[in-house]
Design a protein around this ligand. Structure first.
Ligand code: ADP
Ligand code: MG
Length: 694
């Protein structure tokens, strides 16, 4: 009878008692299947003997040769240095720690086999602390038949132990114990994937002729096979989540478009083609009886707010409430002002909700939301609070989605309209999400792209300037402001603490006030009261301030068209997406805009490369793709916030080309093999990662 390896505990193996099993448990190894999926992190090639003359620095190799002598040398640290020679060359072996017995053994003329990494040392190529085998006294063991795997280990578990465990587990696998190949045969055929068993065996015990470079780069077919399955598992949970959301009923929003028409009339500019197209997509979604789940991606300044307003007006005309949520108070407030200005003339009341809202005003707003007197509600996360009860929420708009996570997205769903309906959801992000990430982190959403900026924008000229030239930059600000332009001076800090950020900004503000006596300079940071912040933003917008010193609180959404110069201090501390967001605060009017990246010297090579991308490109998608390449997905999206999973084998950058295939395969797979879906998800995703249950 064959056993289920995913349920077979490791104590079935000889020599694995409860104590060892506990250590293995700490590595996440509980079943025979877990051991088979615990793959080596790298390999050593001990399958052949390398001529000394063919060694290069950085190579791990087995060599054999005759000792020419061994001497203790003093140098910076005392060491034992031996020369060894074969027909092709000589090499030094160096020991910093050595016993008298070892030294005595290393006789001139004796024969040795050594294994280690060749490096360039004081005497040319050297191997430090090689593993040594004396060929005169020991039977020369055959060289290894396969590459030697090196496993990710834990304290108290040797590589030897992990190797013998995997040997045992592989033997079980060969005996036909079941490790079901969950990929359907039509998939393995279509994408020419090897069997699971073959892939696992190859990765644990690679044959000597394997392409080791491909293996170390994670590009071998055996790794592709597993990555494919893992990505499929992930894609399947997203599909499941989507199906669950879609199973709810949503309000069907029929509207004549009268309100939207009146709104567009009063805007004072025509919609861009992209705005029109995306608005149409949303209009169709809102007429369906299942919840819309749509992500609108548009670069900073693409005009997402107008698109959101059009969606809101359809819901409002159909008699439903709309909530618009933004990640910061400044941004929420700006939206509130816009919507009030736009909607009040149309006879729609707009309510405001933020954490800091207190007392009577708060009670009053809550009341208006609960009775439906305010049909449009704008606010921050505070909209999630249980005390916020909607009368009949039909559409939730979330601005700048990258600050919110999957879980929050789901929480909003539960604010559902009158219990029986789920609201439609529109999510807007200015962080262009690289295609590969969008496919995996947002596979549960439909996406629209606003890929056209409103006309009349002039590109931003970005320059890199070292902070040793700070005085020149200050002079430039003075000259610019004298010509009637307005400028931002952005202070960045690595510290998360708002207090430190505020202090740093305050110091900068003071020095700038001293150095630029002719200008009126404002200061804005996260520690200020929201009324103060609002007043400052209003003064800046009105042109009463020349220069606004700010922390990154101005990052998202803030819109002052006359501001055309931005200085960003220490830009090397920020992610590229964040820099792009910041820079998007200028270039909103018709004058040519400039952004000065005032970096701190010395700049690392990576820092130079990253800032160079900012100088070369103003396309958010290009910047996001590069950022992903340089920093990895967790950094780009923020793993915790998005619920983006940590993959075991797959790598979103490296395996980007697998994603379209996996995506294509997933829907058909779920339809044709529904019984395998849970099995594959359970195999690859830890419980916390399966948001399908939420
Ligand atoms: P974002 O996509 O970054 O949220 P906003 O919605 O804040 O962009 O729009 C940026 C600016 O562009 C605003 O001042 C807005 O009024 C203006 N705008 C939006 N759409 C158009 C358009 N079609 N033509 C001209 N200006 C527009
Ligand atoms: Mg915006």
């Amino acid at each position: 009878m064959s056993l289920q390896l995913e349920r077979t505990p490791l104590t079935v193996f000889k020599g694995v008692g409860p104590a060892v099993a506990e250590k293995l448990g700490r590595l996440g190894l509980n079943s025979v299947q877990d051991v088979l999926f615990h793959l080596p992190s790298r390999y050593q090639d001990r399958t052949r003997i390398t001529p000394i003359g063919a060694l290069r620095p950085g190579m791990d190799a087995v060599i054999e040769g005759v000792l020419l002598g061994a001497d203790v040398v003093m140098g910076r640290r005392r060491s034992l240095l031996c020369r060894i020679q074969d027909g092709s060359g000589t090499l030094s072996l160096r020991f910093y720690y050595f016993s008298a017995a070892l030294k005595a053994n290393l006789q001139r003329g004796s024969h040795w086999r050594c294994y280690g990494e060749a490096r360039s040392g004081a005497s040319g190529l050297e191997i430090y602390h090689p593993e040594m085998q004396n060929l005169d006294t020991q039977q020369a063991a055959p060289v290894a038949a396969t590459l030697t795997p090196i496993y990710p280990a834990t304290e108290g578990l040797s590589q030897q132990r992990l190797r013998s465990l995997t040997d045992a587990a592989l033997a079980w696998l060969e005996q036909g114990n079941s490790l079901p190949d969950l990929l359907a045969p039509e998939l393995t055929e279509q994408y020419q994937l090897p069997s699971l068993r073959e892939a696992i065996r190859t990765l644990h015990r690679p044959p000597p002729d394997i392409d080791l470079q491909a293996l170390e780069d994670g590009r071998h077919w055996a790794q592709h096979r597993l990555a494919f399955e893992e990505l499929l598992a992930h894609q399947l949970t997203m599909l499941r989540l989507r199906a669950q959301v879609r199973a709810h009923r949503a309000p069907v929003m029929q509207a004549s478009g009268e309100l939207a028409h009146a709104y567009v009339q009063q805007l004072g500019f025509p919609l861009t083609g992209a705005q029109q197209r995306v608005a149409d997509e949303i209009r169709v979604d809102l007429q369906q009886s299942r919840p819309m789940l749509r992500l609108v991606q548009g670069d900073v300044g693409a005009g997402k707010t107008v698109v959101a307003a059009l969606a809101a007006l359809q819901a409002l005309e159909a008699g439903w409430q709309v909530a618009l949520m933004a990640p910061t108070e400044i941004l929420a407030e700006q939206h509130f002002n816009n919507f009030q200005r736009w909607f009040t003339p149309l006879g729609i009341s707009v309510a405001w909700m933020a954490g800091k809202l207190k007392g009577k005003t708060r009670a009053n707003q809550l009341q208006m939301i609960a009775t439906g007197e305010a049909a449009m509600v704008v606010g921050t996360h505070a909209l999630f609070q249980p005390e916020v009860q909607f009368h009949n929420l039909g559409l939730a708009v979330i601005d700048e989605q990258h600050r919110f996570g999957v879980q929050q997205r789901l929480a909003l769903r539960d604010k559902g309209a009158a219990g029986q309906f789920s609201p439609h959801q529109l999510i807007m992000t200015a962080t262009p999400i690289p295609r590969t990430l969008a496919m995996s982190a947002y596979a549960d959403l439909d996406t629209s792209v606003l890929d056209e900026l409103p006309p009349g924008r002039t590109p931003i000229n970005t320059v890199l300037v070292s902070d040793s030239r700070r005085d020149e930059v200050i002079e430039r600000v003075r000259a610019g402001c004298a010509e009637g332009r307005q400028a931002y001076w952005v202070c960045t800090l690595i510290e998360e603490s708002e207090q430190l950020q505020a202090q740093a900004a305050e110091v900068t503000w003071q020095t700038l006030c001293e150095q630029l006596p002719g200008l009126s300079i404002g200061l804005i940071h996260g520690r200020m009261k929201s009324t103060e912040k609002a007043e400052l933003m209003a003064a800046f917008k009105e042109g009463d301030l020349h220069l606004l010193v700010a922390t990154t609180v101005i990052e998202v959404g803030v819109d002052v068209p006359n501001a055309s110069l931005m200085i960003i201090e220490n830009p090397e501390r920020l992610g590229l997406a964040q820099l792009h967001q910041l820079r998007g605060r200028v270039g909103r009017g018709s004058t040519a805009s400039h952004c000065v990246l005032l970096y701190h010297t010395p700049l690392s090579a990576l820092g130079r490369e990253r800032l160079g991308i900012m100088r070369e490109s103003s396309d958010g998608f290009v910047i996001a793709e590069k950022d992903l390449e340089l920093r990895g997905p967790g950094e780009v999206l923020g793993t915790r916030q998005t619920g983006l999973v940590q993959f075991r084998v797959a790598d979103l950058v490296r395996d980007a080309d697998l994603l379209p295939q996996v995506q294509e395969a997933a829907a058909g797979f779920a339809r044709q093999h529904p019984q395998r879906v849970s099995l594959i998800i359970d195999r690859w995703l830890a419980e916390g990662q399966q948001f399908a249950q939420v």
